[in-house]
Design a binder for this molecule. Structure first.
Ligand code: FES
Length: 145
């Protein structure tokens, strides 16, 4: 299995980078303190805020859905029918969910996810976005797989 090593040292706060892992797009987002704080403010609008129904690595069973709070790592494939959600940032997501400035919007059928990949209610996607297996080799190097 082709595991992918990624240097994350150049990711700016708020930025998303894409890598390919086993023919799938994987996103790595460096979340700002503001984005992390925001995650606690809209849990009542989520289908599965604690990710109880998800298949995911044990290390991601926390409110950040990640090993390190700052870095969100997700398979960038909508859990409805496999389209590629778009990263909407710096207030652009408010058009889709009032009061939530950052998130992911799937243009195919309108599913919406927050900055932990958690799906909002009343959209077609049934599940939160998938957290792939990964590990940190050091502070700035992560291996997906
Ligand atoms: Fe994303 Fe349908 S594939 S909403």
């Amino acid at each position: 299995g082709a595991d992918v090593e990624v240097d994350i040292s150049a990711i700016e706060p708020g930025q998303l980078i894409r890598v390919m892992w086993r023919s799938k797009p994987v996103w790595i987002v460096r979340r700002t303190p503001e984005i992390l704080a925001e995650l606690a403010t809209h849990e009542d609008k989520l289908r599965d805020p604690a990710s109880e129904n998800e298949q995911q690595p044990a290390f991601a069973k926390n409110q950040w859905r990640s090993m390190k709070e700052e870095y969100l790592i997700l398979v960038g494939i909508c859990t409805h029918l496999g389209c590629s959600p778009q990263h909407m940032k710096d207030g652009a997501f408010e058009e889709y969910v009032e009061g939530v400035p950052d998130g992911f919007f799937c243009p195919c059928h309108g599913s919406k996810f927050d900055m932990a990949g958690r799906v909002f209610e009343n959209v077609p996607a049934p599940l939160n976005l998938v957290v792939p297996p990964y590990q940190f080799v050091d502070d700035t190097t992560v291996i997906i797989g």
